[in-house]
Ligand binder design. Structure first.
Ligand code: PLP
Length: 417
């Protein structure tokens, strides 16, 4: 596929016009929406209105008149269908790490001290395993890590309280079968907690159909809520009223404006709210979700998924054909692949420097240290297209083949990689 072919495919793609809903700088090929989603064009004006009118003029009255107080639930309701959940079951609040802390504590409490082991994978995103270590310690248990996905089932034994997995792995883009693993966890007497950071808004998710127990995820990746956007949390309704989540702040109280001295948890997911919501950040996420209303009319998550699979497949093929020594770390089988592609380069090639050289040419992906070091490219079907695939792989092939990455401006590492 050359650039002309790619542009023809983009022109024929019914989702391609969605790109116009985003601000993407001229000359930039953005393949990092799995890390930070692009800016929806409507966001600056909407946030400006929230600042100038709702805050500036409405002042404290806006908690009621602008509906600020309802944002965590309202945004949760908007997200619910994209997670396979029902309105009223999802709350937007805090960060993914904080929400994970809440749900892991709740899950361990549900096991009533009979089981204290959390099972996960060593390759999980570090924050998940760090939080799980601390929660397991607090309950007198431990975190046990599978080295490979196939090592998970034997760890689901009578000590296992919770199976905590990230649906799509942040390094490899490998996707777990949520229904199957949840079933295995339940058959072993464990609960299933899912991190949807790399799947919300880009792959079909069926939390209720999978009968999962808890889920959490980020608002700033494929949902495009902006840097540090609030996260979301879901609990299966069967657990309602069974336990307290540990961060018992006033807005998770059954009647916060009674200012009672005793904590009484609010029913359902509302209990998972802790303190005052970040209204401006919530407003940005609210605006970003408008794009998903448009997607719903263009085939919904199925259409997004089909496009994402086509783009990642085209990218894998082009990298294999054009980039010498690249070893793809992402599954080729569609059912096992999220919406990103990662690959390793031969040891003598500095992957970090290659990514910096690529960024200098306007192609933005990212680099993840580890063994192997990986170059990661996220395909956000809302605004990524076939021309992005061709531009990125042509530049990559040139950088690796000519060795132009080997220059001091590319090899010196910055704080954020
Ligand atoms: C799987 C996963 N969980 C959680 C996070 C981040 O959590 P937080 O938003 O709390 O920093 C990331 C960030 O990339 C992630 O990949």
């Amino acid at each position: 596929m050359n650039l002309e072919d790619a542009k023809r495919l983009d022109a024929a793609d019914p989702l391609h016009p969605l790109r116009e809903l985003f601000t993407l700088p001229e000359g930039v090929t953005y393949l990092d929406g799995n890390s930070l989603g692009a800016l929806p064009k409507a966001t600056p004006e909407r946030v400006r209105r929230a600042v100038e009118q709702e805050w500036g003029e409405g002042l404290i009255r806006s908690w009621n008149s602008a509906g600020w107080i309802d944002l965590p639930r309202r945004l949760g309701d908007r997200l619910a269908p994209w997670l396979g959940a029902r309105p009223g079951e999802v709350l937007v609040a805090d960060s993914t790490s904080v929400n994970l802390y809440k749900v892991l504590h709740a899950a361990l409490q549900l096991q009533q001290g009979q089981r204290r082991v959390i099972v996960s994978e060593r390759s999980n995103f570090p924050t998940d395993n760090y939080i799980a270590q601390s929660v397991a310690r607090a309950h007198g248990g431990e975190l046990v890590l599978a080295e490979r996905p196939e090592d998970i089932p034997p760890l689901l034994d009578e000590r296992c309280a919770v199976l905590m997995l990230t649906h799509v792995n942040y390094r490899t883009g490998r996707m777990h079968d949520m229904g199957l693993l949840t079933r295995w966890a339940h058959q072993a007497g464990a609960l299933a907690v899912w991190d949807l950071a790399h799947s919300a808004g880009v792959v079909p998710i069926d939390l209720l159909g999978s009968a999962a127990d808890f889920a959490i995820g980020c608002g700033y990746k494929y949902l495009n809520g902006g840097p540090g956007a609030p996260a979301f949390v879901w609990m299966h309704p069967r657990h309602e009223g069974q336990v307290w989540q540990p961060l018992t702040g006033w807005l998770g109280h059954a009647s916060p404006f009674d200012f009672d001295s005793e904590y009484q948890p609010a029913p359902g997911i509302q209990q998972y709210q802790c303190g005052t919501p970040p209204v401006l950040a919530m407003t940005a996420l609210d605006t970003a979700l408008d794009v998903f209303d448009v997607v719903q009319k263009l085939g919904g998550i199925k259409a997004l998924r089909n496009k994402s699979l086509a783009l990642t497949e085209a990218f894998i093929g082009a990298v294999e054909e054009q980039v010498p020594g690249a070893v793809i770390a992402t599954p080729r089988e569609a059912a096992l692949r999220g919406s990103q592609v990662s690959f390793a380069l031969p040891r003598q090639v500095d992957g970090y420097a290659v990514m910096q050289a690529l960024i200098a040419r306007g192609v933005i992906g990212d680099f993840r240290a580890g063994d192997p070091e990986l170059l990661r490219f996220g395909f956000a079907p809302l605004y990524s297209g076939y021309a992005d695939v061709v531009t990125a792989v042509d530049a990559l092939a040139d950088i690796v083949t000519t060795g132009s990455w080997n220059a001091p401006e590319f090899t010196n590492r910055s704080k954020v990689t």
